[in-house]
Design a protein around this ligand. Structure first.
Ligand code: LMR
Length: 329
């Protein structure tokens, strides 16, 4: 009897210790806290702490304070970081099919993009990174990429000839740059401002949220609203950490993420017009930034040259995934 009650007591103690076990998530990203990704990471942290009554704490490290995107995957494998939201290009060395999202002019607009990400194609791409031992949660937006330069405004494809472009590590971006006669240079995001300032590179491609919040407008003399490609993110979790979480907390992480994703997409959509107005105001006040919005005919010229690279990626991405993306209505 005594033995039985001791056993019951120790089992109860073990259960309560397990129920109270607390967890910490380090969430590393490379952009400013004021970007949609930065705001959504903070939103997620607050919300998850709330709904778990503090059982899961989330520490957000913006601006590559902890790791840049190229090293964050290794850090996650070692469980030094539990969450990150790298842009699609950063996944491509691990899972080359992510290059699908880098293809120039693959997405017609945000509605098309969301249909693809939230549908069969998005799921198939998530699986590719799950196969590499990461847990894939939701897709987040940054926005369509715009060209900028300090050498020559990029209005027609010929303007790119001989310019050095900072690109993220992605074969598609390399080929896209070469297709217009530019010289691609892979650099981590944390080095872009100084590389542009010191003329290590002449040109770049960024969504307005990164262009403005990282103050690239201060070190570029022209901005072209080209919408030629898309930059988005996938939020991933360390497999080791995920496996350590009980099921009820896993469900809460998913719930907080779902709310953060909705918030992130709304912020991103709202930001587009606000940020364009801000760069326009900067251009007007300083006279130091020439802004050009490409006409549909000018866009078509870039598209014509850049889309010649698609066949080079049929094997690595899968022609079926490219076609499914293009045919998504
Ligand atoms: C970049 O390197 O340009 C982007 O991936 C940065 C980001 O996370 O938006």
């Amino acid at each position: 009897m005594k033995l039985l009650s001791t056993l019951v007591l120790s089992a109860a103690l073990a259960v309560s210790a397990f129920a109270q076990k607390s967890y910490t998530i380090k969430f590393a990203h490379v952009v400013a806290s004021a970007t949609p990704k930065g705001k959504a990471a903070d939103f997620f942290a607050k919300r998850l702490e709330e709904i778990t009554n503090g059982q899961i704490k989330v520490q957000v490290f913006p601006s590559a304070q902890l790791y840049d995107d190229d090293r964050v995957f290794m850090a996650m494998k070692m469980d030094n970081v539990q969450m990150a939201a790298p842009s699609f290009s950063k996944f491509t060395p691990l899972a080359p099919a992510f290059q699908l999202f880098d293809l120039p002019f693959i997405f017609r607009d945000t509605a098309h993009l969301h249909k693809v990400l939230d549908g069969e194609v998005g799921e198939a791409i998530k699986q590719k990174i799950e196969d590499k031992g990461f847990v894939a949660l939701d897709y987040w937006d940054a926005g369509f990429k715009q060209f900028s330069s300090s050498k020559k405004p990029l209005i027609v494809p010929d303007d790119a000839k001989g310019q050095k472009f900072r690109i993220m590590s992605s074969k598609v971006l390399e080929e896209q740059t070469r297709a217009v006669g530019g010289n691609p240079q892979v650099l981590p995001f944390s080095e872009v401002y100084s590389a542009l300032q010191q003329g290590v590179v002449d040109a770049a491609e960024n969504p307005l949220s990164n262009f403005y919040n990282s103050k690239f407008h201060e070190v570029q003399s022209s901005l072209t609203i080209s919408d030629h490609g898309y930059l988005g993110y996938l939020v991933v979790v360390s497999d080791k950490f995920w496996k350590s979480l009980p099921d009820d907390l896993k469900a809460k992480v998913k719930q907080a993420m779902k709310e953060a994703t909705q918030f992130e997409r709304e912020e991103s959509a709202k930001d587009e017009a606000i940020l364009l107005a801000k760069v326009e105001e900067y251009a007007k006040n300083t006279g130091k930034l020439q802004i050009t919005k490409l006409t549909p005919a000018q866009k078509a010229e870039w598209q014509k040259v850049m889309s010649t690279i698609y066949p080079k990626f049929y094997d690595v991405i899968g022609k079926d995934l490219i076609e499914k993306t293009m045919n998504t209505k």
